[in-house]
Design a protein around this ligand. Structure first.
Ligand code: CA
Length: 429
């Protein structure tokens, strides 16, 4: 049964000022252990090692996404738009609130090493034997499955999915504002109230009124800046590389029968590759960081060195290189081996498009990836057809190849490397 809350609850929020909770279900979902776990997962992974303010959690982001969604829906209801299916309000709010429930500690690095996907985990937690599931069941026995289908984008009404996942969705608007606020950069300051007023439901999706085009241009420019200044920051990439190498080394040691001095449940289940939902829910960044700190005292020198680097922020340096070919990589590997280094751990080549963040592509045929403008004559056009600014920034790849390495180790053997390879490592940042 779905009840309005007896008295509206509010959360004070630095980005949205107040977050308003008006439904009993939403209030109780927030108070589940599964949702509270998100307080112990940072929104921006290792970015706090680059921008020390970036300690904000997935908890605050999830509340923010819920709040933006709530405001959009109440604006639709106030305006009386008939294309918005009113009966989907609670479903949309629950999906918005819970969309990141399955994020693990340092998500993107862990997902890569252990072949996991946070969206799958979100659905498993929603559908599994959890408090979140129990509360959703009270609305209707098939309500958890409905919420999961919005999150995995199979729900039968595209407009609901569109509100939760699109280039101009509540998720992206909240993280842009929140990440800008907590990193302290000036790029993400968009006029969200204006954007929200310009959104409207049109047939089976959300469109922007043409008079809101400049606000959307502003938003896309801000995102573009955030990608290059924050999300693709080379120092953050360095810390992610170290993190991935730690997980890789620990996994390798675990499967090789190495006797860890420190190993806590549920890490073995993670290394074995199939944690249960309740084991997965016990993973958080506190547990991972405690493990890393303990592992700085492990006998395995590779693991202890990497953990020390991560915990005490002794990151890999990097140099920019031109496109690098496989042959050169093989030569570096060989030269490293001959110099007594470990090529698996002592260098890494990185190109930022590997990041799991999406950049806006105007040409994409999937309607969920486009921003559509609606003009006075009810004509719908994709924004880059109308906006020179959007056209000029869409589809641009400005990535650089960077070569990462532990500076002091390489400097020690630099004189033994072939001259052209040694040159690559000079003049690092
Ligand atoms: Ca999110």
């Amino acid at each position: 049964m779905h009840l309005p809350i007896r008295e509206e609850k509010v959360f004070k929020d630095p980005v949205h000022n107040y977050i308003h909770v008006q439904d009993d279900i939403i209030w109780r979902l927030i108070n589940t252990p599964e949702f509270q776990r998100l307080r112990r997962i940072r929104q921006l992974g290792t970015s706090f090692l680059t921008f020390h303010g970036a300690e904000h959690s997935r908890f605050s982001h999830s509340l923010g996404v819920y709040e933006i969604t709530r405001r959009i829906i109440s604006q639709f209801e106030r305006s009386g738009y008939s294309d918005w299916p009113k009966e989907e309000r609670l479903l949309t709010l629950c999906a918005a609130l819970l969309h990141d429930l399955g994020h693990g500690p340092f998500s993107h690095s862990i997902e890569e090493t252990f072949h996991m996907n946070h969206e799958d985990w979100t659905c498993r937690i929603i559908l599994g034997d959890t408090c979140v599931n129990e509360i959703l069941q009270e609305v209707d026995s098939d309500f958890p499955a409905k919420v999961a289908s919005v999150i995995d984008k199979t729900y039968k009404k595209p407009i609901v999915i569109n509100l939760v996942t699109s280039p101009l969705d509540a998720d992206r608007m909240d993280y842009l504002l929140r990440d800008a606020y907590y990193t302290g950069v000036n790029y993400g300051t968009i006029d969200i109230d204006r954007i929200l007023r310009m959104l409207r439901p049109y047939r089976d999706r959300i469109v922007v009124k043409e008079s809101g085009m400049h606000a959307v241009e502003d938003y896309l420019m801000s995102r573009y800046q955030m990608y290059w200044q924050v999300y693709f920051h080379p120092v953050t990439r360095s810390s992610e590389i170290i993190l991935r190498k730690i997980f890789k080394r620990a996994k390798e040691l675990y499967h090789g029968g190495y006797a860890f001095k420190f190993m806590v449940d549920p890490l073995p289940a993670l290394f074995d590759g199939n944690p249960t939902v309740s084991q997965y829910l016990r993973l958080d960044e506190a547990l991972i960081q405690t493990s890393f700190l303990q592992w700085t005292m492990e006998a395995d020198e590779i693991l202890s060195d990497l953990c020390g680097r991560f915990m005490h922020r002794r990151l890999y340096k990097y140099v920019e290189i031109d496109n690098i070919d496989m042959e050169t990589i093989d030569r570096i590997r060989l030269a490293f081996q001959e110099a007594g280094l470990n090529p698996k751990y002592d260098f890494e080549i990185d190109y930022p498009t590997d990041l799991p963040y999406d950049v806006f592509h105007s040409g994409s045929p999937e309607s969920n990836k486009q921003i559509l403008l609606l003009d006075r004559h009810e004509r719908v056009r994709e924004i880059s057809e109308v906006s020179d600014i959007v056209r000029s920034i869409s589809g641009i790849h400005r990535g650089r190849y960077l070569l990462y390495f532990p500076e002091e180790k390489i400097m020690d053997v630099l004189h033994t490397l072939p001259i052209d390879i040694a040159d690559m490592f000079r003049q690092s940042e």
